[in-house]
Design a protein around this ligand. Structure first.
Ligand code: ATP
Length: 317
């Protein structure tokens, strides 16, 4: 995932900050502090931001930040360009926790659409922590790094070392899934951002009782699906629907009714199954081949609203 900058000394690193999709999401309850307990399978995909992190000795700690939107990006707007950007917050928190006076310089190239359920901000934060951990080895113990990541956001621990994983709790309990397949996806968004907080609030008002799902159901459906004969496409499609079940979908649809239209279109254009990523509004279709996924993109372009792009799940660990 990381690669030292070719010409650099040990003081600069370039990181790829990938997006994620959720293969299913169950809301299992709510803690007394209002945080929701979830179970999900997070899968990294090849749509990514790029971030360069440089550190230099300094009398005092400071973080300097520059950000650009990639020319091929869509849906990348409305993210903070200053102190409240999660990349900057991650660097600030690292310097504070490690008590190292360093000058950190961050250069971010954004490509992951914002407030789309694809984890862009969390991924940038995870990438900054990864880079600083490599550039200042031993500044924080692994458990300190992990709790710092969680303090920045529920998905940040996943992005410290992205790889398909089952996620539990509020996002802090991660179990790697080995050998997750490389799949062709189409990510599609109606062109609207959705705030995660408002989707959970809508879930609270719709479902004061806990979901009927049993803990463990996400992973069980996934292993059943992965274990099916690849030739048995009818059963695979049926089982994929269970895998992709997302308890936040109903509340996300109420706030953004176009999700329904996007998902129906993806199925019409040949997806084997369709899921909502996180709290949306991005949906994704799972396609049997890249050529089928490309054909769906072509259909989407003809219709011309929102955005759609091809993606692949990143190879398993
Ligand atoms: P969540 O992690 O809340 O599910 P998401 O994946 O739907 O988020 P993000 O793109 O991470 O969406 O944006 C969530 C919010 O974080 C946005 O309102 C945005 O203004 C803010 N934000 C802070 N830093 C960043 C960043 N580096 N990139 C994108 N958004 C950021």
């Amino acid at each position: 995932m990381a690669e030292a900058a070719a010409q650099s000394s040990a003081m600069r690193r370039r990181e790829t900050a990938c997006a994620k999709v959720n293969f299913g999401l169950r809301v299992l309850g709510r803690r007394a502090d209002g945080y929701h307990l979830i179970e999900s399978v997070l899968v990294p995909v090849d749509l990514a931001d790029e971030i360069s992190v440089e550190v230099a000795p300094s009398r005092d700690s400071r973080v300097d930040f520059e950000c650009r939107v990639a020319p091929d990006a869509e849906g990348v707007e409305g993210f903070p360009e200053g102190k409240s950007n999660l990349a900057v917050q991650a660097a600030d928190a690292f310097l504070k926790e490690s008590r190292r006076p360093l000058a950190v310089s961050l250069r971010l190239l954004k490509r992951i659409p914002v407030a789309a359920g694809l984890g862009g901000g969390s991924s940038d934060a995870g990438a900054v922590l990864r880079a600083l951990d490599a550039l200042v080895p031993g500044a924080l113990a692994p458990h300190q790094l992990a709790s710092l990541a969680l303090s920045l956001g529920a998905d940040v621990p996943f992005f410290l070392a992205p790889g398909a994983a089952r996620v539990e709790g509020v996002g802090e309990r991660l179990s790697p899934i080995r050998g997750f397949p490389e799949l062709s996806l189409v990510l599609a968004n109606p062109g609207e951002g959705l705030s995660t907080g408002s989707v959970f609030e809508a879930w609270d008002s719709l479902a004061p009782a806990l979901t009927a799902a049993d803990p463990g159901s996400t992973l069980r459906s996934l292993s059943d699906w992965l274990g099916l004969d690849p030739g048995d496409s009818a059963r695979r499609k049926l089982r994929l629907r269970e895998v992709l079940e997302n308890d936040l979908e109903e509340s996300a649809r109420r706030l953004c009714p176009s999700i329904d239209r996007i998902q129906r279109a993806l199925l019409e254009w040949g997806a084997d199954g369709v899921g909502l990523s996180g709290s949306g509004a991005t949906s994704f279709g799972v396609f049997a081949s890249e050529s089928k996924a490309k054909e769906a993109i072509r259909q989407f372009a003809l219709r011309g609203d929102g955005w759609a792009r091809l993606a692949r799940t990143l190879p398993g660990r």
